[in-house]
Design a protein around this ligand. Structure first.
Ligand code: ADP
Ligand code: MG
Length: 675
């Protein structure tokens, strides 16, 4: 008997079942044992329909009249009537079209969901449904609910797991025995038994906690190891030149905020160390990160080191090059732009200047990591909007120096506390939590599409006062083919409606130099109104722009909307953000949150709650961070696992002795490392 035995070899598993299991990606006994329930139901708590109150309810009811009632803008609504001996109610499912074929008219099911008043009546919203006859024999205890996968039905999974109970004692321990004992954890084998065959809700919860602990322990061990490895790397200290810092600060047209000062101080301290800095500067849109980066680039240049400053788009790189030149030229520091559109002879000259060190601050896009770029003496790497880059791109830039350069990454998408402690545990973090003085929070309004003219009237007022306006169009379809048509149509419409003003158009399919020109025209107020796709989302800084309209706002994510809104409110004038919905239906939770708050940290926490970390941080950087059980919002468990991981490392035990652990930890190390 062995956990890697094929499921087909287990007694009682027929050929047909084995086929279904294979299709669902389950091959061995171990695979099925780790096929965890998505939740539990206590069917002994069923209520009579006549007696239910708004809130979470479970009923046992007969289904009738299932129908797909509406379909518009990709939204499907399935409805059904549920009845028991005491009464009837309506159930609705949004975007679950398979519900229509799931039920057999007249059969009994358990339904579990939220009973609430919405769309003008009381109904059961998106209930889960389980065929009652499958559960009746054990309705006196809590029942694990499995996902159905292809042809594999939840009931089958339960029956199969019953046959595998014998194998459970073979489940390997993952953690060092000292940790299991020290943290008073149940064994992993017991945890799996309690997850599949719980006696009570408390027991199931305890078991899940154990598995969640393991995931977090691995993740935290990985980031602690990264931190240790980082501190052993060699870099070159950049000395703190007090006079240079003083005169830089004195040259600014404004006073630095306290948090800018603190952040700069943290960075300066790190630069003096022989180990490379690995610091994230996070600050809400408009909090003034660029000038902090400019200050340290100035220090580096004065000490004879080059800075590579990488931005995600050409438009942004060009803007940064402008800004940094302004900040640095008077200190005799040269600032050079290198992007895809620097071509031919010019490009060769830039390469040469980088190689011989005359280019002291090199601002650019991905072009900075191409083979041809050889730095003379790279001491500092700054990565703006770091979440836009993959781990690999950052690493390539870092390996461009002979010694490891110091790294300053910047982001306007703040990292929630829970993620700071886990995924980003090996980072030092500075936060700009003040907006420069004199700025007023942007006033945000959700607007239905019928009220367009009212919004236009508001724009009239802004334009008449000499201010500028962004008008953002959403991506219309997946492959983007209609987007250009859409934004061009809007552009024509606005040109007519605002005939007295000049209107610019910016979208992704334009040539880069055209894009940069359009952006500069807006920056220098040659255009008053800019119709654009989300190309403007990151970083654009036009303080005279005081209104932004986002069309089809419901199609955007929370972080994206916050970024877009951050394009305004950068000067001293009151600014406005109008979120135009695509239908007149009830606004989404996301839109309500963004209307309510301008606090990027609050919104980041909400985003994490609404979408989960995989969606937000997953795509580019953390593709493999697929936590099965652990929740990154569980700060208590994170703290416990963190303590345990550090104690384990301090105990001097060799990680390599724990074969099960090593593989996972190394995988996580790759995901979380910056170097
Ligand atoms: P972000 O953090 O979003 O990258 P920027 O660095 O683009 O923000 O700064 C936004 C604007 O605020 C710029 O126009 C910049 O010159 C200005 N700014 C930065 N710091 C201050 C300050 N302390 N006081 C006033 N304005 C500032
Ligand atoms: Mg910026």
């Amino acid at each position: 008997m062995d956990l890697s035995a094929p499921l087909a070899s287990v007694k009682g598993v027929g050929e047909k079942t084995a086929e279904k299991l294979t299709k669902a990606g389950l091959f061995t006994v171990r695979d099925l044992l780790y096929y965890l329930p998505r939740g539990y139901e206590d069917f002994s708590r069923v209520q009579d329909i006549a007696g239910i109150r708004p809130g979470r309810v479970i009923i046992k009811a007969t289904v009738s009249g299932v129908k797909l009632s509406r379909k518009r803008r990709g939204l499907t609504i399935t409805e059904a009537t549920l009845s028991d001996t005491t009464g009837k109610l309506r159930a609705v499912w949004f975007n679950q079209p398979y519900r229509r074929t799931q039920f057999v008219d007249g059969k009994e099911y358990y339904f579990s969901g939220e009973f609430e008043f919405s769309y003008g009546r009381y109904q059961l919203m998106n209930p889960s449904a389980e065929l009652a006859s499958e559960y009746d024999e054990r309705s006196d205890e809590i029942v694990p609910i499995y996902r159905s996968s292809y042809d594999l039905k939840p009931r089958q999974v339960r029956v199969l797991l019953g046959k595998l109970e014998l194998y459970i004692p073979l489940v390997e321990e993952l953690l060092p025995a000292s940790v299991v004992a020290g943290e008073k954890l149940v064994s992993r084998a017991d945890a799996l038994r309690m997850i599949h065959f719980p006696k009570s809700e408390a027991e199931a919860a305890r078991a899940r906690r154990r598995l969640a602990f393991d995931e977090l322990f691995e993740l935290l061990l990985a980031s602690e190891l990264n931190r240790q490895e980082n501190s052993r790397l060699k870099s070159t200290p950049i000395p703190f030149d007090v006079a240079a810092v003083r005169s830089f600060v004195a040259s600014l047209p404004f006073k630095l905020t306290d948090s800018q000062r603190l952040a700069a101080w943290d960075i300066i301290k790190n630069l003096e160390e022989p180990a490379p800095m690995n610091r994230l500067l996070q600050g809400d849109v408009g909090s003034g990160k660029t000038v902090v980066a400019g200050l340290v680039a100035c220090l580096a240049a004065r000490a004879g080191f080059q800075t590579a400053f990488m931005a995600p788009t050409e438009v942004l790189a060009a803007q940064h090059a402008d800004t940094l030149s302004k900040l640095l030229t008077s200190f005799g520091v040269n600032c050079t732009l290198l992007t895809g559109s620097v071509k031919g002879k010019n490009r060769e000259l830039v390469y040469k200047a980088i190689a011989d060190g005359t280019a002291q601050v090199v601002v650019g896009t991905h072009a900075l990591i191409t083979k041809k770029v050889q730095y003379h003496k790279l001491g500092l790497v700054v990565i703006d909007e770091q979440h836009r880059f993959g781990v690999k791109q950052r690493q390539e830039l870092l390996t461009k120096g002979r010694l490891m350069p110091h790294l300053l990454s910047m982001t306007a998408t703040p990292i929630p506390r829970s993620l700071q402690l886990t995924v980003f545990g090996d980072l030092d973090i500075s936060t700009l939590n003040q907006t420069p003085t004199g700025r007023k929070p942007v006033i945000t309004k959700i607007v239905s599409p019928n009220s367009e003219e009212q919004v236009f009237k508001k724009l009239d007022a802004e334009l008449a006062a000499g201010r500028q306006v962004y008008y953002i169009c959403a991506q219309v379809d997946e492959n983007g083919s209609d987007d250009i048509k859409n934004v061009q149509k809007e552009y024509q419409k606005l040109k007519k409606r605002f005939a007295g003003y000049t209107t610019g158009l910016l979208h992704g399919r334009m040539k880069t130099d055209e894009k940069v020109k359009t952006m500069r025209d807006f920056l220098y107020k040659k255009t008053d109104l800019l119709v654009a796709t989300t190309v403007v989302e990151v970083g654009m800084d036009v303080p005279n722009a005081t209104a932004i309209v986002v069309r089809d706002a419901d199609r955007f994510g929370l972080a994206q909307l916050h970024q877009l809104r951050g394009r305004v409110g950068r000067g001293e004038q009151q600014s406005y953000c109008y979120l135009v919905t695509s239908t007149s239906a009830k606004p989404t939770r996301r839109l309500l949150e963004i209307e309510k708050s301008t606090d990027g940290f609050y919104l980041a926490e909400k985003d994490l709650e609404l979408r989960g970390p995989g969606e937000i941080y997953g795509k580019v950087q953390h593709g493999e961070l697929d936590l099965q059980v652990a929740k990154l919002s569980d700060t208590r468990l994170i703290a416990q696992a963190s303590r345990a991981a550090r104690a384990f490392l301090a105990s001097g035990q060799d990680l390599l002795e724990y074969k099960e652990l090593v593989g996972d930890v190394q995988k996580y190390q790759k995901i979380t490392t910056l170097n």
